[in-house]
Design a protein around this ligand. Structure first.
Ligand code: ADE
Ligand code: ZN
Ligand code: ZN
Length: 256
């Protein structure tokens, strides 16, 4: 094997070793949709923290800092384990944190009178990412397969895993930019917006759990592609839209 082929392969293997969240496109779609549903007051407060940087732009930052040791304690905040038939309240809590409690903590920091501006800025960047993660159905895991990360699949004829299919393979297959996808999805009126925004993170996790049977329907050989995408693309669209509308609802409430 030629040296550059080896280099390319090892880089590719490194990239595919672990998947964390919606890929960049999914997270940016959520940030973009949220921005379209902010109240003027929330928009002003967010501008004070981020300047001209968009929610889409900061949405992926929590994945970028995973390689920075200073953020080691945030690794488990991206997901939560809730076994079949359980609820968040009834399930064992991870002492290192989880996506549901982390969302609450970030809201508290943003509401606080004493937290510094840099701390609030960081909390906002975390929050944008975490509300997205909560709506990637496999970020609410069964507890036996790291949210599908250990479920090897053939996706469109190449090796992947079920978690990665939901983080990025399906979204990337559509080959749309995040602005195109956000614009295509976001046609909700005020009334539907309010309905979507009801409840809170622990309720929303139950929606992810309800999707499990369909997500784990992989046929006999875990060889999935177009028909899996056809069946699940509407789910992906609904989760991204819902996440964006709910993120706006949280931010509108925090900055009321
Ligand atoms: N590690 C363990 N469970 C996980 C999940 N549901 N999502 C991502 N990483 C995990
Ligand atoms: Zn994440
Ligand atoms: Zn993920």
């Amino acid at each position: 094997m030629r040296t550059h082929t080896l280099l390319f392969l090892s880089f590719y293997l490194f990239l595919s070793a672990a998947t964390y969240a919606w890929g960049p496109t999914g997270h940016r779609v959520v940030g973009t949709i949220a921005e379209r549903h902010l109240t003027p007051r929330a928009r002003r407060a967010i501008h004070q923290l981020l300047g001209d940087t968009s929610l889409a732009w900061v949405s992926t930052w929590m994945d970028e800092v995973r390689s920075d040791q200073r953020y080691d304690d945030t690794h488990d905040w991206h997901w939560v384990t809730i076994p079949d038939g359980a609820t968040y309240a009834s399930s064992e809590k991870n002492p290192k944190g989880d996506v549901i409690e982390a969302i609450g903590r970030m809201e508290d920091i943003l509401r606080s009178d004493t937290a510094s501006v840099p701390r609030k800025r960081e909390a906002l960047k975390f929050l944008v990412h975490l509300v997205g993660d909560l709506h990637q159905p496999l970020h609410v895991g069964r507890g036996d397969d790291k949210g599908g990360n250990t479920v090897q699949v053939q996706w469109m004829g190449h090796g992947s895993n079920l978690h990665r299919v939901w983080d990025s393979d399906m979204v990337d297959q559509e080959a749309l930019s995040y602005t195109e996808l956000a614009a295509a999805l976001d046609h909700v009126d005020k009334q539907r917006c309010r309905a979507i925004q009801l409840g809170g993170p622990a309720d929303w996790a139950l929606e992810d759990i309800a999707l499990r049977d369909g997500i784990y329907d992989l046929g006999t050989d875990n060889n999935i592609g177009y028909s899996y995408l056809y069946r699940n693309w509407p789910v992906v669209q609904e989760r991204l839209l819902t996440a964006g509308v709910r993120l706006a609802g949280i931010l509108n409430a925090v900055f009321r």
